[in-house]
Design a protein around this ligand. Structure first.
Ligand code: IVH
Length: 704
């Protein structure tokens, strides 16, 4: 999710905030889509992903004119990966509407009867087919010969996976018999059986490769291999259930077409039935649900389709789903088992996530041994302890979750203590306070961002990015490769790369994708950055909440890195310290940033990493505010009372530009108080302390 940030109610968002959030959501959702659809390695639960999409939709509903061209709401599924060539589907590959209850099904049937204006005596027959949990594919046969196969992609354009599909033994390269015409696009689901999935994961594990989260991801990952030889080694299966472009159909009913498919040699699901009433539908549904665990492959519901094709044509489509079909989804499945351990995983942003390690249990036909416990507060709220008997729920492909402890079972003895250090790098792990709400963030985060292996690659990529160190020839790809080989683990390592390469046996220039010239260019580009603007240096550190603008503010205010560091060290003493207040007083900087700085610099591991970096890199001194000679530079100024010529923020910004420090309360250290009408206690205190007091005009005169 969005890192546990407390989100403002959509109605409270300003336009600027909406713009910013829509941009963030577009980026975040696209990244999740990439991981889900193209890398087959989702990193969030479906529920969290849906929450992001819902938030996006809600903001777009309130600010319809801010909908972005790349808005996630304009995409279905994912655009095809770059690596395969694209195939435009002659007939789009659509999705299905969902039903979750008998009422939904009855409503579906009624809708159809109404639409077709059928009288009470005319029955409507449906096919009822298991809904296979795999990935859909479209197989194009020309004169019965398989000529092309494509994935669904975004429904309009998919990926050309002909070579990969051709390795699936069950899929005929030539159709048998007759009736398939010049063109027949057969559509169906590519899937992997439970047994094959377990074997594949065992092999992956033995080879030290990542295991797949579920059979669907395994099937998708196996089909979308650039090297079809890999697909060939993965046992994929197929069920045909629909069609796209077809020059002639072999029958006038869904059932008849499925029979023809079977006669041509295509696998169809043997559990498919014909049903003619809601009661029959429900009987079939319950039967399939009861058999689900024994099928040997994942299904997530039953699909009902109007059998008569002429009726299908009349019924047509609503938005992207047919009116003549619906997917009746199975409810979430539950089971109880023992919580054997709680493992803390550290994500790329340093978020500590508790994962329940369970005594393996079958939930809805799938063996579950890991489940999410969400966060620290959830564990406490449910009082889940190691050794407890817990309820696990699995709904579709959502990561299984722990609902709670089974009452009346023996309890684990100790309440669970959430760690306050990172299990990967041992840095402190903290929960931020949201200054707006005063509430603690639910997520605990590792503060060792520069050195924590769980965060390192991401931080390194940020470090070399365009607005940070911007090292030519060293982008995300190269940094990731160098990290994986252990060549660059912290930012400082970038600057010792050349030196180490000189004495290394495996020279950079001999690596794939590199040569003498590109390596020489890389070293030169690195050398060019041994001196760097202070703001870029600060931004590059990847401190939470410190974006480019804040980095510039800090650079301008403190001038040198040493000054910033010293100020933060002092501010670590608490909100009462002057350094803390001085940081807060910088226009554009709030408590979130100050806390983030204190957390970051307070982590000894980060300090060490920075010291090492500073041995190789010199941040250039930043230009100090306008002129050192301004009449107020170095002075501490307090504004009080109402100002008429400019807003408080403007006055503050002006003073800072001129090198003054703006404080919010009057003390012995105050040099000047600018008082407007209605000034009260601050003015009184200033007079008591004998501090110079001027009015707005006096201020303007003074600063010119
Ligand atoms: S029919 C126009 N039949 O479910 C209708 N889909 O949620 C096209 N699926 O994208 C789909 N089993 O990947 C249909 N027996 C079945 C199915 C099935 C699984 C998948 C398919 C589709 C998704 C829709």
């Amino acid at each position: 999710m969005s890192g546990g940030i407390d989100l403002k109610a959509v109605g409270d968002l300003s336009r600027a905030e909406a713009v910013a959030e829509l941009e963030r959501l577009a980026g975040e959702i696209a990244a999740h889509d990439q991981r889900y659809y193209q890398d087959d390695a989702p990193s969030v639960s479906d529920a969290d992903y849906d929450a992001l999409r819902q938030r996006n939709a809600a903001i777009e509903a309130v600010f319809p004119d801010l909908v972005r061209d790349d808005s996630p709401s304009k995409r279905v599924g994912a655009a095809p990966a770059e690596k395969f060539s694209k195939v435009r589907h002659a007939v789009p590959m659509l999705s299905l509407g969902n039903a979750f209850s008998e009422e939904d099904v009855a409503e579906f049937v009624e809708r159809i009867r109404r639409f077709l204006k059928l009288d009470a005596e005319t029955p409507v027959t449906f096919t009822a087919e298991p809904k296979i949990d795999g990935l859909s594919a479209s197989l194009r046969y020309e004169n019965g010969v398989l000529v092309q196969a494509a994935t669904r992609g975004d429904g309009e354009t998919g990926e050309d996976v002909t070579g990969n599909i051709a390795t699936i033994a069950e899929i005929p390269k030539h159709l048998e018999g007759e009736g398939f015409g010049a063109v027949c696009e057969v559509r169906g689901e590519v899937y992997m059986s439970h047994a094959d999935f377990t074997d594949l994961n065992a092999r992956q594990e033995a080879d030290g490769k990542p295991v797949f989260a579920n059979p669907r991801n395994a099937a998708a990952g196996s089909l979308r291999q650039l090297d079809a030889a890999i697909t060939a080694a993965r046992p994929l299966k197929f069920f045909a259930y629909a069609w796209g472009e077809a020059s002639a159909l072999p029958a006038g009913s869904q059932w008849g077409v499925l029979e023809a498919f079977r006669a041509w040699g295509l696998p169809t699901n043997p559990l498919t039935r014909r049903v003619s009433s809601v009661a029959e539908i429900m009987d079939f549904y319950r039967e399939i649900e009861a058999d689900r665990a024994r099928l040997g492959y994942d299904i997530d519901g039953v699909v009902y389709k109007v059998d008569r094709l002429d009726w299908q044509t009349r019924l047509g489509f609503v938005s992207r789903s047919p009116r003549w079909a619906i997917a009746h989804k199975f409810p979430a499945e539950k089971a109880t088992t023992i919580l054997e351990a709680i493992e803390i995983q550290v994500g790329r942003t340093g978020a500590l996530t508790p994962v329940a390690k369970l005594k393996p249990v079958t939930v809805g036909g799938v063996v579950v041994s890991n489940a999410t416990l969400h966060n620290e507060d959830e564990i406490a709220r449910k009082d889940v302890r190691i050794g407890d008997t817990v309820i696990v729920q699995r709904a579709g492909d959502v990561i299984p979750q722990i609902l709670g402890v089974v009452e009346g079972t023996p309890r684990g003895s100790e309440p669970y203590q959430f760690p306050t250090t990172c299990p990967i790098c041992e840095s402190h792990a903290v929960r931020e306070i949201n200054p707006r709400t005063g509430k603690e963030d639910v997520v605990r985060r590792c503060t060792g961002s520069l050195i924590c292996p769980a965060q390192a690659v991401e931080k390194l990529i940020h470090f070399v990015s365009r607005n940070a160190f911007d090292i030519e020839g060293l982008g995300a790809k190269q940094v990731t490769a160098f990290f994986e080989e252990g060549l660059i683990k912290t930012p400082a390592d970038i600057f010792t790369l050349e030196e180490r390469d000189r004495t290394s046996l495996k020279k950079l220039k001999d690596r794939e994708g590199w040569g003498s010239t590109s390596v020489a260019n890389l070293f030169a580009a690195i050398d060019e950055r041994r001196e760097i603007d202070l703001n870029r240096f600060i931004f590059a550190l990847g401190i939470r909440h410190i974006g480019e603008t804040t980095a510039k503010l800090l650079a301008r205010h403190y001038g040198t890195f040493a000054a910033l560091r010293a100020a933060v060290a002092e501010a670590a003493g608490g909100a009462e310290t002057e350094a803390y207040q001085a940081l807060l007083a910088i226009d554009g900087i709030g408590a979130t940033v100050v806390e983030a700085l204190v957390d970051f610099f307070g982590e000894p591991h980060n300090e060490t990493a920075i010291d090492k970096l500073l041995e190789a890199v010199t941040p250039r001194e930043a230009e100090q505010p306008e002129s050192a000679e301004s009449p107020v530079s170095g002075k501490t100024v307090v504004f009080t009372g109402s100002l008429e010529k400019f807003t408080r923020d403007e006055a503050k910004a002006m003073a800072e530009r001129l090198g003054a420090k703006v404080a919010s309360s009057v003390s012995k250290k105050t040099d000047l108080v600018v008082a407007g009408p209605g000034a009260g206690s601050k003015l009184k205190k200033a007079t008591e302390l004998g501090i110079e007091v001027i009015d707005e005009d006096g201020w303007l005169e003074r600063v010119g």
